[in-house]
Design a protein around this ligand. Structure first.
Ligand code: PMP
Length: 462
């Protein structure tokens, strides 16, 4: 049975949105000038509906998270059943409830091998905060307390909390809140198209990895705790590193005994055609952050996957790990996540992304977008894609002589034409639900193409 369609007073909601609500990651003056946010009222499958009656293909899976698509009765049922049995209990003070234990067991199985344990939180940012404290605690236990420094990358994204912003490399975020906190270093990102246009990919991969080693040597290996990176940078613009980058990064971490952290908040749970992004690249992190696709965004839950050798150290010498949240191991969120993973397994969404829809999207990009006069590059891996908009084909030159002018124009046209995508500087990114059909991929590419055509005269006038 579908949920009844409710009639909202959209004009009044938009008025209240301006009067009382501060939406996240928003320019609040702009929202006020617009007379309030676009209000999404319902969704099913891969389609969201707004209060103005528009049906929009959700090319972003919400915020890179609704992997199983919208409207899953089973997930509502799992939440309902769990709420009646035990809506909430914590995992503090030697207690736990069944769902987080069952979910930890399930996730440990998916991570495979050496990542045998899981620590729960509510958001991706919190997962990275947990990692931050856990890693420094670990090195102290190991008798190497000087190992405090984390190395991240410029334009990496690890969340919006103090540790998350600091580990990330978004300069605009650093500027708000006097961040990063001390002990965090940033090195170049492996963004071939944007930063090293025309360079040989293998050479660039080696150079980008070398930047990590150089920084380790500069600050002293004995002071470095960990390197953190997203397998594919998401919020930074779907930056797919060239082959060879991740194995080289792993080798450098091993050479200096530095922990390798993969932030799988977007790449985890099938996005790149494997359960986790690091599995695609064949590397073995010591810690992973995961969130979003863990519950397909139906309820907030995140986790940190922890390697055996770290768990052993905690158990042997750690005593109380005085860290955790009221909602660590929330039973209802965990119950929904378990059912979500069951759906993913039953419908073979990971395999389907790897063998069917991912290649189909890549081919559609190559056949129908790559040749467009505004497209500098159309790249994808699994169901994560990016289209670079350029002023001159065959270059990475941007419209208006600076970054960030073309992206919003094309993004707004896409939304007007019925496709939700995101514009990151001049890169249009997409990350559809993993249930997307071939016909919907065709529609996504059609709308992108049409929006680029419509943008052409506007961009040429910049
Ligand atoms: N890490 C990565 C790689 C992310 O993409 C995000 C969110 N986009 C986060 C961390 C933060 O997650 P959250 O917004 O749930 O705190």
């Amino acid at each position: 049975m579908n949920a009844p369609i409710r009639n909202y007073d959209i004009a009044e909601l938009r008025r209240q949105d301006v009067a009382h609500h501060l939406p996240a990651q928003a320019d609040h003056r702009l929202i006020a000038e617009m007379g309030g946010s676009r209000i999404i009222t319902r969704a099913e499958g891969c389609v969201i509906h707004d209060g103005d009656g528009n049906a929009i293909l959700d090319g972003m899976a919400g915020l890179w998270c609704v992997n199983v698509g919208y409207g899953r009765q089973e997930l509502a049922q799992a939440a309902y059943d769990q709420m009646l049995e035990l809506p909430y209990y914590n995992t503090f003070f030697k207690t736990a409830s069944p769902p987080p234990i069952e979910l930890a067991t399930k996730v440990a199985g998916l991570m495979g091998g050496h990542l045998s344990h899981v620590f729960f939180n509510s958001s991706g940012s919190e997962a990275n905060d947990t990692i931050f404290r856990l890693v420094r605690h670990y090195w102290k236990l190991k008798g190497q307390p000087s190992r405090k420094i984390f190395i991240g990358r410029w334009n990496g994204y690890h969340g919006s909390t103090v540790a998350g912003v600091s580990l990330g490399g978004m300069k605009a975020m650093h500027a708000q809140g006097d961040l990063p906190i001390p002990g965090i270093e940033h090195v170049m990102q492996p963004y071939l198209f944007g930063d090293a246009f025309g360079e040989d990919p293998a050479r660039f991969a080696a150079r980008a990895a070398q930047a990590i080693e150089d920084r380790i040597l500069q600050v002293g290996p004995e002071n470095v705790a960990a390197f953190i990176g997203e397998p594919v940078q998401g919020a930074g613009g779907v930056i797919i590193p060239p082959d060879g980058y991740w194995p080289a990064v792993e080798a450098i971490c091993r050479k200096y005994g530095i922990l390798l952290i993969c932030d799988e908040v977007i790449c985890g749970f099938g996005r790149l055609g494997q359960w986790f992004g690091h599995q695609h690249y064949g590397v073995k992190p010591d810690l992973i952050a995961m969130a979003k696709g863990l519950s397909s965004g139906y309820l907030p839950i995140s986790a940190v996957g922890v390697a055996d050798h770290i768990v052993a150290e905690l158990r042997e010498k750690g005593g109380d790990f005085v860290h955790g949240y009221t909602y660590s191991g929330h039973p209802t969120c965990a119950a929904v996540a378990i059912r979500n993973l069951e759906i993913m397994e039953r419908e073979k969404l990971v395999e389907r992304t790897r063998e069917d829809t991912g290649p189909y999207l890549a081919k559609a990009f190559a056949d129908r977008l790559a040749g467009h006069p505004l497209v500098g590059e159309a790249r994808s891996l699994g169901l994560l894609g990016a289209v670079e908009i350029v002023a001159e084909k065959g270059t990475n030159r941007r419209f208006g002589g600076e970054e960030g002018k073309a992206g919003p124009v094309v993004r707004d046209l896409c939304i007007k034409n019925g496709l939700m995508v995101r514009g990151i500087r001049d890169t249009i990114v997409c990350c559809p639900p993993l249930i997307i059909s071939h016909a919907q991929i065709d529609e996504l590419v059609d709308i992108l193409k049409r929006s680029l055509d419509e943008a052409m005269p506007i961009l040429k006038a910049l």
